[in-house]
Design a protein around this ligand. Structure first.
Ligand code: ADP
Ligand code: MG
Length: 569
């Protein structure tokens, strides 16, 4: 051991360590999943880099991860022969958190353990989860391709700091050695470890091995002796990438566990769709709809995307070209046979295969959501609450699927008059009145402002339903969504919505008379308001309120409208 230094953890790491140890106690065995998934990532990275430089394999192309326990030393070790880490890598990756938005994330924690442990689940605890069960962690690693004296040892008790030193390490890759806390000795039980690994890691694409002791020859009376067996490392998972297997061979449990590792989520997914596509473009996609929005869904600096594999080789994370941004909540992967192994983000940019895969993905996700909406409305309500506002970016981004996207929308409306967003456009159309041609809606800052708007009076009087929109994106979304199912949308605060086309002759006459009667008042009002208004008119829209301010059909400026409303009341 040489060149030993001590470093302090980044503040956020200290916070994470503190929080994790206290809030993830009931979920403690996840450390195995996290460490095995890191080992598998390290194998993926090695294979990817070796495409250009096969010397990195150091004559050993069989990547695997091994798990062993030592009852005397009180340790459990997870050992891989993946890419390994250099000294700089170790300091960076095992001393800081690289995710953008981390500061904000910790700023959002409430101190309420139940809530925080949910949040931390979506944040992803990764390597640091070791400290849920360990009071001391040693990492011994050497980067593939470096000489054996360039190994590095990292050590920490998970408090404020870690030490780092140079070591000799013959085999490339990383050993993570957890010294178990006194009360966590159950993880020394091989059967327990084995069963956890089977549950969490069956889908991992490389073998996860445990050592099997040999047995001596056994004597059998009146028969042949049972021969001795040799001890050796034995794979305890299937070791084939889940998505390459036949759908009918994969259990829901396996799909769910796989989701947890690709999405870094503690929760189960809401739905998934797994497809092998043959023909012009050949690829496999496995796409998941999560139950909960990740903490960084609205962070513009964060790339959202799926994993890209080419011919089963992992190429990149967050490949954003395979789904449009309004579907950025989708997690999962694509494995293509048509892209080159040396594909880069630039090549993906305008590639025919990318385009075809993307279109296929969009189709499948929209289909999955449509089915969920039809067949499991409760799940769909969960989805809508978490991701509805993202989906509302759809009409602006994806013109060709506008209609399908809009079919998925759910709004509050005057039908139930509650804030619950559960009215689809098809529901609305089904309830349209005889003679009603348009889909009426109102946008406002809050649900109650929408619901109590005087613009609704005439609609309520005539029993015509109005969609009540109060999400921030609604107004912008509606500027890109002008019709649905051949019906125009109409904002009720825009001029020309007095519904007179639906009046009978008698009412029309009465209205004409009222207009005449108020002629001179209108003139006076116009003179008094002068330049402040474009027009003053008698309206038949109101039943209770004396007056209302409206904008012209084509004026989108409701900010102005709001100012005027505020000033006018
Ligand atoms: P994540 O896996 O989400 O990046 P982790 O906390 O699990 O977060 O790991 C942090 C980083 O440490 C990884 O991104 C990787 O660079 C490095 N790392 C962790 N474990 C290994 C390993 N077994 N081999 C190589 N690098 C590793
Ligand atoms: Mg990880």
């Amino acid at each position: 051991v040489a060149h030993k230094e001590t470093h302090g953890f980044q503040t956020e790491v200290k916070q994470l360590l503190q929080l994790m140890i206290h809030s993830l106690y009931s979920n403690k065995e996840i450390f195995l999943r996290e460490l095995i998934s890191n080992a598998s990532d390290a194998a993926d990275k090695l294979r990817f880099k070796a495409l250009e430089n096969s010397a990195l394999f150091e004559n050993d192309g069989e990547v695997r991860v091994r798990v062993s326990v030592d009852k005397e030393a009180n340790t459990i070790t997870i050992s891989d022969n993946g890419i390994g880490m250099t000294r700089d890598d170790v300091i960076e990756h095992l001393g800081t958190i690289a995710k953008s938005g981390t500061k904000e994330f910790f700023g959002n924690l409430t101190g309420d353990q139940a809530k925080d442990s949910q949040l931390i689940g979506q944040f992803g605890v990764g390597f640091y989860s070791s400290f849920i069960v360990a009071d001391n962690v040693t990492v011994r690693t050497r980067a593939a391709g470096l000489s054996t004296d360039r190994g590095v040892q990292w050590q920490s008790a998970g408090e404020g700091e870690f030490s780092i030193a140079d070591i000799e390490k013959a085999e490339r890759g990383t050993d993570v050695i957890l010294h178990l806390k006194e009360e966590e000795k159950e993880f020394l039980d091989e059967w327990k470890v084995r069963s956890i690994i089977t549950r969490y890691s069956d889908h991992i694409g490389i073998p996860v091995e445990m050592y099997k002791e040999g047995t001596p020859e056994q004597e059998v009376e009146d028969g042949d002796n049972i021969p001795a067996t040799e001890g050796g490392w034995e794979a305890i998972n299937k070791g084939t990438a889940l998505w390459t297997r036949d759908k009918s061979d994969i259990s829901d449990e396996e799909y769910k566990e796989f989701y947890k590792s690709v999405a870094h989520d503690f929760d189960e997914p809401l739905k998934w769709v797994h497809n092998k596509v043959e023909g012009k473009t050949e690829y496999t996609s496995l796409l998941y709809i999560p139950k909960r929005a990740p903490f960084d869904l609205w962070n513009r600096d964060v790339k959202h995307g799926i994993k890209l594999y080419v011919q089963r080789v992992f190429i990149m994370d967050e490949a954003e070209k395979f789904l449009p941004s309004y579907l950025r909540f989708v997690k999962g992967l694509v494995d293509s046979n048509d892209l080159p192994l040396n594909v880069s983000r630039e090549i993906l940019q305008d590639n025919k295969a990318t385009q075809a895969i993307r279109n296929g993905n969009v189709k499948r996700v929209l289909q999955t959501l449509t089915r969920m909406a039809d067949n499991s409305p409760e799940d769909y309500a969960i989805f809508w609450k978490e991701f509805g506002n993202v989906l509302k970016e759809g009409p602006a981004e994806d013109f060709s699927n506008k209609e399908k996207i809009a079919k998925l929308y759910r709004f509050a409306s005057t039908h139930a008059d509650t804030a619950e967003q559960n009215v689809s456009l098809d529901d609305y159309i089904g309830r349209m009145k005889e003679g009603q041609e348009k889909i009426y809606y109102i946008t406002a800052d809050t649900f109650s402002a929408a619901k109590n708007s005087p613009h609704l009076e005439v609609f309520r009087k005539k029993g015509i339903e109005v969609l009540l929109m109060s999400e921030r994106v609604d107004e912008w979304m509606m500027s890109h969504l002008t019709e649905y199912s051949e019906k125009q949308f109409q904002h009720v605060a825009k001029a020309n919505t007095d519904l007179s086309e639906m009046d009978d002759e008698e009412t029309k006459k009465a209205h004409e008379e009222a207009e005449k009667e108020f002629q001179s008042f209108v003139e006076r009002a116009k003179a008094a308001l002068g330049d402040k208004v474009k027009e003053v008119k008698v309206t038949h829209k109101l039943t209770d309120s004396p007056a209302v301010i409206t904008t012209d059909e084509h004026d989108m400026n409701t900010q102005m409208l709001k100012l005027l409303e505020a000033a006018g009341q």
